[in-house]
Design a protein around this ligand. Structure first.
Ligand SMILES: Cc1cc2nc3c(=O)[nH]c(=O)nc-3n(C[C@H](O)[C@H](O)[C@H](O)COP(=O)(O)OP(=O)(O)OC[C@H]3O[C@@H](n4cnc5c(N)ncnc54)[C@H](O)[C@@H]3O)c2cc1C
Length: 408
């Protein structure tokens, strides 16, 4: 009988791992990937939509087109996972598995934030869905000056650098439109700094200062008041706005909590280094669906996929999974249309200065705003669709490489 691997979610992580597994496993292993629709969204591009740098219709492609033909792609809503029976239920089918990979991601839930829906689309906006990013683009076009506040409702959230990129791009955009002197920009975050890692955070705070962007830290959102135009923290602090851009509360998919497999906010408790679900045998988790303490980012899903393919192959050969994954994450941080910075770090090692990927030659500079990094950011989209989703890699290990980094 054919052996079966079922992959839940055909987004960044699910597509990469299905193709990667297909390249490594013999044909008697059946691979099935399930997603609710056939719309693969290049999510990093959503940051550019509000500023008119990228058109939203260029961000969506068919999932099926990017999944190898000898992987079964099923469009259906996943409704239940039964780890004891090794079975997954969808609205219309039932699937048994030998190994399960959970890559159901996470999503924003603005309806969970007090007062936010009353202001949504009026003076509160987001760019974490295509529809929201399009609404925000219209709003920014009409913006003639005033106070723009970028708020992160709570932790954890997807792509922790995106809000910093948003305020930097807003500075560039308003300067370009000649209304920067009429505009205040403020980033209001629950983090103790501009980013999760203190050293990189200090660099971003300096950059924000030089762009006259205010950063308010340690602000845990309690409510949005769209009528009186302020956000209020759980401590009772208020920040006023004319236009609010928000990363609403974020949770893992409902199927994880409905199946009783979550940590309370929809994420699967996952071993930080093997990426195996902590409570279940034969289940691995990658991407935004895990609760591992690193960024919820596409680069992370890609590195994790390599580790999980290795560990599933090991288990098939009767060998225990290895503790390989180190929290490795790599992200460009756009500073303006034309310049970007880059960070590369893991659970233990913070972003450092240096060159990437080749020591001395780069061509990309770490923790530094350069034109070359901007070209890297633009080129990444091509790499995403043509190389990474195909489950190929670039010859580098999935773990952090210290060569090229300035230590001390
Ligand atoms: C604005 C923005 C900018 C970003 N910028 C960057 C960046 O510059 N660099 C970077 O590395 N990352 C970036 N990211 C993050 C990156 O896009 C995500 O971390 C990555 O896509 C996570 O992959 P994933 O497979 O875990 O989840 P996803 O790609 O979101 O895929 C999850 C899939 O599961 C499916 N699914 C979930 N539940 C069910 C169900 N019950 N039934 C059927 N299907 C289901 C969903 O439809 C979805 O297709 C950004 C994200 C945003 C929002």
């Amino acid at each position: 009988m054919a052996k079966k691997i079922v992959v839940l979610g055909g987004g960044t992580g699910g597509t990469i791992i299905s193709n990667n597994l297909r390249r490594h496993l013999p044909k008697d292993w059946e691979i099935t990937v399930i997603d609710r629709d056939d719309r693969h969204i290049y999510q990093p591009g959503m940051l550019f939509v509000p500023f008119g740098i990228q058109k939203s219709n260029t961000l969506v492609r068919s999932r099926k087109k990017y999944i190898l033909p000898d992987v079964n792609f099923v469009i259906d809503e996943i409704t239940h996972i039964d780890p004891d029976k090794k079975e997954v239920k969808t609205k219309n089918h039932k699937f048994s598995y030998d190994f399960l990979v959970i890559s159901t991601g996470c999503k924003i839930v603005p309806e969970e934030n007090d007062g936010l829906m009353d202001a949504w689309g009026k003076n509160a906006f987001s760019f974490y869905t295509i529809e929201a990013a399009e609404m925000l683009q219209k709003k920014l076009k009409e913006f003639v000056g005033g106070k723009l506040v970028m708020n992160i409702a709570e932790l954890p959230f997807k792509c922790p650098v995106a809000p910093i990129e948003f305020v930097f791009l807003a500075d560039w955009y308003f300067k370009n439109r000649g209304i920067r002197n009429k505009t205040e920009i403020e980033l209001v975050t629950p983090l103790p700094g501009a980013f999760t890692k203190p050293k990189a955070s200090a660099v971003f705070i300096e950059s924000a200062k030089s762009k006259n962007i205010k950063i308010t830290t340690g602000f845990e959102l309690n409510a949005v008041n769209g009528k009186e135009k302020y956000i209020e923290s759980v401590k009772g602090d208020k920040v006023s706005f004319d236009t609010l851009v928000i990363v609403p509360s974020t949770i893992g998919d409902k199927v994880i909590s409905d199946s009783g497999m979550d940590d309370g906010i929809g994420y699967v408790p996952t071993h930080h280094n093997t990426l195996k679900a902590l409570k279940y045998d034969s289940i691995y988790v990658i991407g935004d669906a895990t609760n591992v303490p690193t960024s919820k980012a596409g680069s992370v899903a890609h590195y994790e996929a390599d580790v999980v393919v290795f560990n599933i192959m090991s288990e098939i050969h009767g060998v225990k999974p290895e503790e390989i994954y180190d929290g490795h994450s790599t992200c460009f941080i756009v500073y303006s249309k034309g310049t970007s910075s880059l960070i590369d770090f893991n659970y233990k090692i913070e972003p450092l200065h240096g060159m990437f990927p080749a020591p001395k030659f780069g061509p990309f500079s770490l923790l530094k705003e350069t034109k070359m990094n901007w070209y890297g950011k633009l080129g990444f989209e091509w790499l995403y669709w043509n190389v990474l989703l195909a489950g190929r890699h670039l010859g580098a290990p999935p773990t952090l490489v210290m060569a090229g980094k300035e230590v001390g």
